[in-house]
Design a protein around this ligand. Structure first.
Ligand code: ADP
Ligand code: F6P
Length: 358
């Protein structure tokens, strides 16, 4: 068992509903094991600036259901430099931090690895609405983001029905179309466009024309922000203009953007965050590190960060020469299986969306 006296916790990258529940779980679990916790303000920037504060159980008492992150977040390019990292390491030493829990996405996990290799055992928690960590079936924040999106589309649907309009809705998710797909199914969108699967624009127009001819008034089309025009401008807005020009159906455009990130965390996100946060502390105390907590087939399990990051690159077809050298044939098979599972999930969601669309 590692002798930890103090764990640092930080949130980094884009915030996600459920991050606060993670913080609370880390603090409560650590205190129950006689370990102090310091909250690092503003992600890795807080480590560099020495912006830390002691967190008691009372401090985090009401956090389980709150959105955003009370520790604040940032994207901190300076941390990626040798100088920035050296300052962060010095800051951990000076403040007697023995280990770190880093909540965020893949960039945040790279930082956790860097800190582990510099003598500060670290574990990552997947806090991102995008659900884009290939090694995990689920990332904290996805469920809330979907539910927030659904609530907003329901509102649009009402006014579309009144005015016989179509609304194209762009939702976040970076290169991952899951928020768009789940929201499209849950709101009965007539079409959904995601970056993982070629979009049949002509088929979409035909469908809209046919539905209007049958008397359908309000219609919703969901587009993931990862859908881009050849010049990298957002495709969603372009599609809205083309739909109106092509079908004659009056079409509005709405970009939900960051609103989708700010909803009150659902029970699903609170529970997953709590379990992952508490488990991360236990694992650190057991002497484990350089891990990201993942959910696989309904269970929370630790996965090596290097494995998780390379599985991501494999899924995105972004492998670099030598990336796979450090892994056993069995691990490579596991990575391939994870990629295939994810592709199958996206295909399945597309099929459901197509079969229930009206
Ligand atoms: P996310 O964690 O959501 O993927 P980012 O990619 O913006 O978000 O990463 C969050 C932060 O993690 C960055 O601002 C930076 O401080 C740190 N980070 C990202 N990539 C690396 C890296 N290669 N090495 C060390 N730290 C990194
Ligand atoms: O990674 C979460 C996310 O909300 C993505 O869905 C989106 O593309 C990105 O962050 C937006 O980042 P920012 O908050 O820096 O605009």
């Amino acid at each position: 068992m590692a002798k930890f006296r103090k764990i640092g916790v930080l949130t980094s990258g884009g915030d996600a509903p459920g991050m606060n529940a993670c913080i609370k779980a880390v603090v409560n679990k650590a205190h129950s094991m006689g370990i102090e916790v310091v909250g690092i303000t503003g992600g890795y920037a807080g480590l560099i600036d020495g912006n830390l504060r002691h967190l008691t159980m009372q401090d985090v008492n009401t956090l389980v259901g709150s959105s955003g992150t009370v520790l604040y977040s940032s994207r901190c390019p300076e941390f990626k430099t040798e100088q920035g990292m050296a300052t962060a390491v010095e800051s951990c030493r000076k403040n007697h931090i023995d280990a770190l829990v880093c909540i965020g996405g893949d960039g945040t996990f790279r930082g956790a690895t860097d800190m582990t290799f510099r003598g500060f055992p670290s574990i990552g928690l997947p806090g991102t609405i995008d659900n884009d960590i290939t090694a995990s079936d689920y990332t904290i924040g996805l469920d809330t983001a979907i539910n927030t999106t659904v609530q907003m589309i329901d509102c649009l649907r009402n006014t579309c029905e009144s005015h016989a309009r179509l609304n194209v809705v762009e939702v976040m998710g970076r290169d991952c179309g899951q928020i768009a797909l789940y929201a499209a199914i849950a709101t009965g969108a007539v079409a959904v466009a995601v970056p993982e699967v070629p979009f049949d624009e002509a088929g979409c127009m035909e469908k809209i024309r046919a539905l209007r001819e049958k008397g359908k008034r309000g219609m919703i089309v969901v587009v993931s922000e990862g859908m881009r025009n050849p010049d990298d401008t957002p495709y969603a807005e372009t599609l809205a203009k083309r739909i109106e020009a092509d079908t004659g159906v009056e079409t509005k455009f709405a970009r939900f953007a960051h609103v989708v990130r700010g909803g009150v965390p659902t029970a699903r996100d609170r529970v997953t965050a709590s379990e992952m946060g508490a488990r991360a502390v236990e694992l650190l105390v057991e002497g484990r590190s350089n891990l990201v907590m993942c959910e696989l087939d309904g269970k929370v399990v630790p996965v090596d960060i290097a494995f998780a990051l390379i599985a991501d690159r494999m899924y995105k077809n972004k492998l670099k020469p030598g990336d796979l050298d450090a892994f056993t044939p069995e691990q490579l098979e596991q990575m391939k299986a994870l990629c295939e599972k994810r592709r199958a999930e996206i295909r399945n969601l597309c099929d459901i969306a197509a079969s229930v669309a009206y």
